[in-house]
Design a protein around this ligand. Structure first.
Ligand code: PLP
Length: 365
C-alpha cells in the first residue's frame, strides 16, 4: 500500500485525558476543565428542547442543504442564504476550503502560532506552508502581505487568535484587503467573535460585501455551547460558497446539530448573557494575574494566555494535581498556559490553584 506522501509524517490526534480518567488517577473529587474553550454555561434551553424533539426523526437522513438553518443564519447576519455553508464544526469548513483550493505546490500563509488545523489540512493537500511570526501575539499583516506571491492561494487570519486571544482591527484588516491580490482567498476564522467587546473589531460582513476573496468562519461550538454536536459555518461571496459546496459531503451535519443550532441562533438573550459573564470573568482573571505579577496577552475570546514564568508543562502538571486542566505545549510560547474563562466559581478555583502552585514552586526552588 502507498498512502499519499503528504500524510506519512502527520501525527495522529492525541485526545487529552478524560475528566473521569484524571479523577481516578489523581484521586480527586472535582475536576475543572479549562482546556478547550467550551462554554461553562452550557447551551440555550431552547437548543436542548430542539434536540429532544428531533429524536423522533433519528432514523431519517438530515436535510443535506440545511435549508431552514441556512435561512435563519442568513437572516440573522443579513446576508443571502447562498452565502452560507455549514460543516461538521468549522474544522470541516477548513478541511473543505483546503480540499477545494489547494493542490500540491500551492502556498498558503499562516501565523507561526495559531489554530493548527489550517496547516494540518493544507499539509494533507501537499501545499507549502509559509509561516509568519506573530508580533506581540498578534498577526503581522504587513509581513503576511509581503509573503504573498503568485503561488499563494490562501492567507489564514484567526481573529481573535487562538491561542493568544489577540485581535486585529477593522482598520488594519481594511488596509490589508485593499492591497492583497484578488487571487488570494483570505480566511477570517472568527470562532470567538461573539465574545469580542472591543469596538475596533472588524465587521467581516461588510468586508464580505466589498470583496469576493474573503470568507468568515464561525461556529456553534463556543459561545453557543454546542461543541458536541459539531456544527460550524462559513460566510462569503455566493461563488466562493458554491465552490466549497462542490466538495461538501451530502449529509455533513446531523439533524440534531441543525435543530439545536436553529434554536440557538434565535436565542440571542442567552448569547448576550454568556458574553457579559465572559467579560466579567476576563476582568477578574486579569486583576488576579496582576496581583500575582503574571503577564498575559490582551484576551478577547473566552480564554486567556498567561506567562507563568517557568516551563508551562510544569505548571500544567501542578494545576492538574489541584484539579484544574489547562493547555500548555505552545511551541512559540513554552512558558505560557492557555486557560479558558470559566464560571466565576471555576475562575476563583483556578486562581487559588495557580497561587498555591506558585507558592509551592517558591518553597521548593
Ligand atoms: C480558532 C478556532 N477555529 C476553529 C475551531 C474549530 O471549532 P469547531 O470545529 O468546533 O467549530 C476552533 C476550536 O477550538 C478554534 O479555536
Amino acid at each position: 500500500m502507498q498512502p499519499k506522501s503528504s500524510i506519512v509524517h502527520l501525527p495522529v490526534y492525541q485526545p487529552g485525558k478524560s475528566i473521569e480518567e484524571v479523577k481516578r488517577e489523581l484521586g480527586l473529587e472535582r475536576i475543572i476543565k479549562l482546556a478547550s474553550n467550551e462554554n461553562p454555561f452550557g447551551c440555550s434551553d431552547k437548543a436542548k428542547q430542539a434536540i429532544q424533539q428531533e429524536i423522533e426523526n433519528a432514523s431519517l437522513y438530515p436535510d443535506g442543504a440545511a435549508v431552514a438553518l441556512t435561512e435563519a443564519v442568513a437572516k440573522y447576519l443579513d446576508v443571502q442564504p447562498n452565502q452560507v455553508i455549514f460543516g461538521a464544526g468549522s474544522d470541516e469548513i477548513i478541511l473543505m476550503i483546503c480540499r477545494a483550493f489547494l493542490v500540491p505546490g500551492d502556498e498558503h500563509i499562516v501565523a507561526d502560532q495559531t489554530f493548527p488545523q489550517y496547516k494540518h489540512n493544507a499539509d494533507i493537500e501537499g501545499a507549502v506552508t509559509v509561516e509568519i511570526p506573530l508580533l506581540d501575539g498578534t498577526h503581522d499583516l504587513e509581513a503576511m502581505l509581503a509573503a504573498v506571491n503568485e503561488r499563494t492561494k490562501i492567507v489564514w487570519i484567526c481573529n481573535p487568535n487562538n491561542p493568544t486571544g489577540t485581535i486585529i482591527s477593522q482598520a488594519e484588516l481594511e488596509r490589508f484587503m485593499e492591497r492583497v491580490p484578488a487571487h488570494v482567498l483570505v480566511v477570517l476564522d472568527e470562532a470567538y467573535c461573539e465574545y469580542v467587546m472591543d469596538d475596533s473589531f472588524p465587521d467581516s460582513m461588510k468586508l464580505i460585501s466589498q470583496y469576493k476573496n474573503v470568507i468568515s468562519l464561525r461556529t456553534f461550538s463556543k459561545i453557543y455551547g454546542l461543541a458536541s454536536l459539531r456544527i460550524g459555518y462559513g460566510i462569503g461571496h455566493a461563488d466562493v460558497i458554491h465552490l466549497i459546496n462542490q466538495v461538501r459531503e451530502p449529509f455533513n451535519t446531523t439533524r440534531f446539530a441543525q435543530a439545536a443550532a436553529l434554536a440557538a441562533v434565535q436565542d440571542q438573550a442567552f448569547i448576550a448573557d454568556c458574553r457579559e459573564k465572559n467579560a466579567a470573568g476576563i476582568k477578574y482573571i486579569e486583576q488576579q494575574f496582576e496581583r500575582l505579577q503574571l503577564k498575559s496577552f490582551p484576551a478577547h475570546g473566552n480564554f486567556i494566555m498567561v506567562d507563568v514564568g517557568r516551563p508551562a508543562v510544569d505548571m500544567f502538571d501542578a494545576l492538574l494535581r489541584r484539579g484544574i486542566i489547562t493547555r500548555a505545549g505552545h511551541k512559540k510560547y513554552p512558558n505560557h498556559l492557555r486557560i479558558t474563562v470559566g464560571s466565576q466559581e471555576q475562575n476563583e478555583a483556578m486562581i487559588q490553584a495557580l497561587e498555591s502552585a506558585l507558592e509551592e514552586d517558591k518553597v521548593t526552588s
